[in-house]
Design a protein. Structure first.
Length: 147
């Protein structure tokens, strides 16, 4: 987990006094990243994508579907974001399938932090964000874990 240290340290900037308003919780993270070089924003994006990719498995999707029978690919992704927003210990618990309470919660806003930080920094639209992570966090992308 040492290689993810930058990601986890950055996530510690979340402002939980705004619990219930995900964008406000993430605002300090976005502002911090907007002050960094583009390569740092892209690194954050890549680390986030890799962590989400690692949670993309049939085993966890089945667990999610049991908790939330109307689960969709998107709701499974947004629930995986909950593992990242709650820190490395919770993430590890989720990866091991021991965080079943997360399947009824979503934190979609996390996915937009890199593009919003970049847009804020460059005073451009998020749609102009120039980076694509080498790993996809979309549900079903981790083919090995869906066998």
């Amino acid at each position: 987990m040492k290689r993810f240290e930058f990601f986890w340290q950055t996530m510690e900037l979340c402002d939980w006094s705004h619990k219930g308003d995900d964008n406000k919780v993430l605002r300090p993270v976005m502002r911090y990243l907007a002050q960094q070089e583009d390569s740092i924003i892209f690194l954050f994006h890549d680390l986030m994508s890799e962590l989400l990719y690692e949670l993309d498995s049939k085993k966890l999707a089945d667990q999610c579907e049991k908790a939330e029978p109307s689960m969709s690919d998107d709701s499974f992704l947004y629930s995986r974001c909950v593992a990242l927003i709650n820190g490395p210990d919770y993430y590890e618990k989720a990866r091991q399938g021991r965080a079943k309470e997360m399947w009824n919660i979503e934190f979609e806003s996390l996915l937009y932090v890199p593009s919003r930080a970049w847009a804020l920094k460059h005073r451009k639209s998020e749609e102009d964000y120039p980076h694509t992570s080498p790993l996809s966090y979309e549900t079903g992308s981790n083919l090995e874990q869906w066998k």
